[in-house]
Design a binder for this molecule. Sequence first.
Ligand SMILES: Nc1ncnc2c1ncn2[C@@H]1O[C@H](COP(=O)(O)OP(=O)(O)O)[C@@H](O)[C@H]1O
Ligand SMILES: Nc1ccn([C@@H]2O[C@H](COP(=O)(O)O)[C@@H](O)[C@H]2O)c(=O)n1
Length: 212
Amino acid sequence: MGNTSCVVIGLAGGSGSGKTSVASALARDFKDKGAIVIEQDWYYRNIPEDSRIKASDWNFDHPDSVEFSLLIDQLKTLRKGEPVEAPQYDYKTHSRMKETRRIYPQPVIILEGILILDNPELRSLLDIKIYVDTDADVRFIRRLQRDIHERGRSVENVITQYYKTVRPMHETFVEQSKKYADIIIPQGAENYVAIDVLKTKIKWLLREAHGR
Ligand SMILES: Nc1ncnc2c1ncn2[C@@H]1O[C@H](COP(=O)(O)OP(=O)(O)O)[C@@H](O)[C@H]1O
Ligand SMILES: Nc1ccn([C@@H]2O[C@H](COP(=O)(O)O)[C@@H](O)[C@H]2O)c(=O)n1
């Protein structure tokens, strides 16, 4: 563990791999000790205000689309035991919300997002590095359903974006970050054995830090 008393878990993997589901399962299990999930997606930059730039042409899967400097600063602040005002993001308007969300430091901090293991500085702040590994066809089907039901997208829109940016960026940045993982979880939150192993390790790190 780093020089602080919290355990920071980084969860990466392709879009639709099950990161959010694994993060929620872990947060539920450590609710009594205090756990918080921070999403990389909250830190998306706004698309530049230029009428020629269309959201449907924007690359949301390149590391430059995320304000990692702010995410790293806020994670360091939380590790020091201080609260942060985390940004919030609206997928329907492709923009940051006016409101922020106050996040208080917790013994267990779970950071999830497609590029969490790609960024070297962020990696150095993680106590446990996880990659959720799910086949591309399954990820695409899940994304298609989710983006239509929850993110206000059409079938055409999801397919075009997948070919244009999601798939190539996954191959260039996400898939190659798997090599930095301490644990690779196939099947996401359904992999109860992997989740149990992970829980044991987190408990061990917490005991080491707090004697509990
Ligand atoms: N094991 C699973 N079986 C079926 N659907 C799943 C499973 N895991 C996740 N999903 C669904 O797939 C979608 C994407 O999962 P999510 O956990 O949000 O992935 P990610 O955060 O990696 O994009 C969600 O709608 C979720 O309910
Ligand atoms: N305005 C936006 C912002 C992001 N995306 C897509 O979200 C994906 C990451 O979120 P997951 O929950 O799937 O990990 C990423 O692949 C972006 O393409 C978007 O479509 N629109």
